[in-house]
Design a protein around this ligand. Sequence first.
Ligand code: AMP
Length: 424
Amino acid sequence: MKILIVGSGGREHSLAWRLAASKRVTEIVCAPGNPGMAALARCEPVNADDVEGQVTLAKRERPNLVIVGPEAPLVAGLADRLRAIDVPVFGPSARAAILEGSKAYSKDFMARHAIPTAAHGCFSDPSVAKAFLGRFSAPYVLKADGLAAGKGVVIAQTRREAEDEIDAMLAGKFGTASARIVIEEFMAGEEASFFALCDGETAVALAGAQDHKRVGEGDTGPNTGGMGAYSPAPILDEAMQRRVMEEIVAPTLQGMKAEGRPYRGVLFVGLMIDKTGPRVVEYNCRFGDPECQVIMARLKDDPLPQLLACATGGLDGCARLERFTDHAVSVVMAGAGYPGDSRKGGVIGGLRQAGGVPGVTIFHGATMSRDDEIIANGGRVLNVTAIAPTLSEAVARAYRAVDLIDWPDGFCRRDIGWRALERS
Ligand code: AMP
């Protein structure tokens, strides 16, 4: 079977790596891919966001399955375009990807279907928005409606700050993405990520994970795309996963179907969990990066039948993916300056030695190759991923590998997994 993977990050590298181990996969094409993926697959120079280019590539390659990694092409309708030419695709239609593409839509959807989440309002008029703040006390949660590369959420500590932020967002701080904003109640609790596979009719639980969004140790400093992750998430034990499936995933799938937007692909639910149970922080219409890396690293079953069933139906007839290595952790190495402008162009050495640490796999993010060298080419550059029977051993293996990487411009957090380690 021939698989086309759309994207170029560590998430897509981990998907390519896992599928390369499938007995049924004969060929993997990545578009555009990265040097890590080039070791497993053929890379074609078509950007993930280039919907026309991806459709042309799929017409030429005729893959048996396309897996779309990032959200932007899904929200822009890539899955619809591929289905229209009879190419099976793992990923939701644009009408279903709206769960991530519009926070106003997803919040109103949850209200319509009584799915537990923070109380909210949607606004495009600053004075109405400011008056609504009176319903809540600090801190205030303000969100751009549309996609803003993970930067569209602001938590304001004072009412004054919230009012200034409302003005800035509605004046175009995030371009058209913040022409409309959502204001919501602040939820306290512990965050976790939950992933379910869906074929429009049926949803099956895949796994839980937790990530570290802040750049600094102790979860401090600016938000990033994610500095590390681990799976499983202790807070998402079997009982909590069942609750998430029953109280959140099942009504989401039913609601989307009832609204004529059947959801296919992976549903990534960002959760806030407190003593009353799980509530939705946000939906995403694709795997998380770096959560995907830890889930793929743990997975012992071949996921291909389930991924195909998400694309073509029949997930209820597939066995649940349930054979996992006990623990996985992924440490993100980023270029100095990230999440601001990061230093590019540095040569990365020691990858072979680091990849030789037992249980370790290194997924590439923003790298490029020049001659025989791997060069840093963006913010999040490497995902040093380790599996082990315990989380502490997985963490020790990952950092042993990090220490073998010779990249003076790179940095990573040294405390990935701290919350789960403290708990155990
Ligand atoms: P989002 O992009 O919606 O996931 O928001 C980014 C981050 O902001 C989340 O991971 C949370 O840490 C935080 N956040 C978003 N909404 C809320 C909320 N209602 N209460 C508390 N924290 C929130």
